[in-house]
Design a protein around this ligand. Structure first.
Ligand code: FAD
Length: 465
């Protein structure tokens, strides 16, 4: 017999789970949520938030250097890693507390332990050995880092989970992986003073982003003295008196204090009783759902990274909210995953929304490209060698803006705002008709009048698609 009965059981109190639990409870549902680590999940505890705090910390180096061009004399600076880690811990604990309060305030019952599905209507709390019957179950267990490739000595490597709390600052850091998490940490640690070697399998970082952005961000990473090595992977890690010897596929060996492997993440679907409930997974182990986040089992839903749709916090939050609206608010809501803006918090950062040039050229018959590269005003006095890059991708047939890509300071902020017109299907002519705000970098987005390139698909390809 069950120890409790609820309308909704949520497994995982991360971005998606917390939002779903809170909104469902606000609609009057009796909700229980299980969390095995810390309330707030990846984003709050070991993802977006602590990472962005570290990004801010890393950017002071440039600010100190740049200040001289503006008349400041900065005598001596030093960086205290334990102080940063402690300040970060204080802030994420505060945020975790807010998440907890927001749930308890509306009557959500929080249980802090591992939960597994016993069958399609029962969740088992493994530590207290309790069983809870639920009308609906939401799987919101997120994802976790995968340490790949498995090589001799990979037990000495760490993932992004550990990097936030290293007791000692890694003076020599080797990073493996070409995705956004890897490049962000390369940019952060190089600016905090580490000697960073960054290796990855592909010919450039950030696969899937616009190619011009990728090339320019690689230049910026090299300018930050990061030793970027494309097409190279570690083959063996050995412990030595001085730290770790990392033997690479090109025959070289790099000495490091830490090896950060950021080669990918996997949905958390192991050990949660997926089979017992009969929930279907795809080949990557992600829960298969429809646009309402419903699985193949009628009363079981899944949101966030565990479904491996777009693995970003606002997406998980939106999916969790839509689920609660659909089931408990009598407002069926499907989530659109089109034109989701995203950022890469390197320095300078990337902000992007919509199709890359390469994607657009595969889909549309005529694609127009507007491109601007310029030195930001601040760099004229700071003397810093840096460039801002902006690209607008336009459907040459209808004039609709398909994508906007920015590399430069505050590019993430720009991408958030420009995502609105892009989502609305705005035409390039409407960008042109918008008054510029001077002097800003973003004004370039409405003053790019001259087409940099037009690509027309050959007639035979048009017929084929
Ligand atoms: C280093 C890093 C940087 C990132 N930066 C960004 C960023 O800048 N912007 C952005 O939008 N996204 C970013 N992300 C991605 C973002 O963190 C995730 O997309 C988001 O947290 C997904 O939310 P979720 O609810 O699906 O899962 P999570 O937030 O991962 O929450 C899942 C929760 O479930 C718990 N759990 C798992 N299994 C069980 C179980 N059986 N029983 C009980 N509890 C369980 C976990 O402990 C976890 O707390 C980053 C991720 C990483 C790793």
């Amino acid at each position: 017999m069950a120890d409790a009965e609820v309308d909704l059981f949520v497994i995982g109190a991360g971005s998606g789970g917390v939002r779903a639990a809170r909104i469902a409870a606000e609609y009057g549902a009796k909700v229980m949520v299980a969390e095995e680590f810390r309330i707030g999940g990846t984003c709050v505890i070991r993802g977006c938030i602590p990472k962005k705090l570290f990004v801010y910390a890393s950017r002071f180096r440039d600010e100190f250097e740049d200040a001289e061009g503006f008349g400041w004399k900065i005598e001596k600076t030093s960086f205290d890693w334990p102080a940063l880690v402690a300040a970060k811990e204080k802030e994420i604990t505060r945020l975790s507390g807010i998440y907890r309060t927001n749930m308890t305030r509306v009557g959500v019952d929080i249980v802090e332990e591992h939960a597994v599905l016993d069958d399609a209507r029962t969740v088992c709390l493994t530590k207290s050995d309790r069983r809870v019957r639920a009308r609906y179950i939401l799987i919101a267990t997120g994802g976790g880092p995968v340490l790949q490739p498995k090589i001799p000595g990979s037990e000495y490597a760490i993932s992004s989970n550990e990097i936030f709390d290293l007791p000692v600052f890694p003076q020599r850091l080797l990073i493996v992986g070409g995705g956004y998490i890897a490049v962000e940490f390369a940019s952060i640690f190089a600016r905090l003073g580490a000697k960073v070697t960054h290796v990855f399998r592909a010919d450039n970082v950030l696969r899937g982003f616009d190619d011009d952005l990728r090339s320019n961000v690689a230049i910026a990473l090299r300018d930050a003295r990061i030793d970027l090595r494309a097409g190279i992977l570690p083959e063996r890690i050995e412990k030595s008196d001085k730290g770790l010897d990392v033997h690479l596929s090109d025959g070289s060996c790099v000495e490091a204090d830490q090896v950060l492997v950021a080669t990918g993440r996997r949905p958390n679907t192991k050990d949660i009783g997926i089979d017992k409930a009969g929930v279907e997974l795809n080949k990557k182990g992600a829960v298969i759902v429809d646009s309402y986040s419903k699985t193949n089992v009628d009363n079981i839903y899944a949101v966030g990274d565990v479904t491996d749709r777009i693995n970003l916090t606002p997406v998980a939050v939106r999916e969790g909210h839509a689920f609660a609206d659909t089931i408990f608010g009598d407002r069926p809501t499907a989530v659109s995953h089109i034109n989701v803006p995203s950022a890469v918090f390197t320095t300078p950062e990337i902000g992007t929304v919509g199709l890359s040039e390469q994607e657009a050229r595969k889909i549309f018959d005529i694609v127009d490209i507007y491109l601007a590269q310029f030195r930001p005003l601040k760099a004229t006095l700071s003397g810093r060698e840096e460039k801002v890059m902006m690209k607008i991708v336009v459907d040459g047939t209808t004039d609709q803006v398909l994508g906007v890509h920015v590399l430069g300071h505050d590019a993430g902020e720009m991408a958030q705002l420009v995502a609105i017109p892009v989502r609305m299907g705005c035409k390039k002519a409407e960008f042109d008709a918008t008054m510029a705000l001077h002097p800003t970098a973003a004004e370039e987005l409405v003053t790019m009048r001259t087409r940099a390139a037009r690509y027309q698909r050959p007639r035979e390809q048009r017929a084929a698609s």
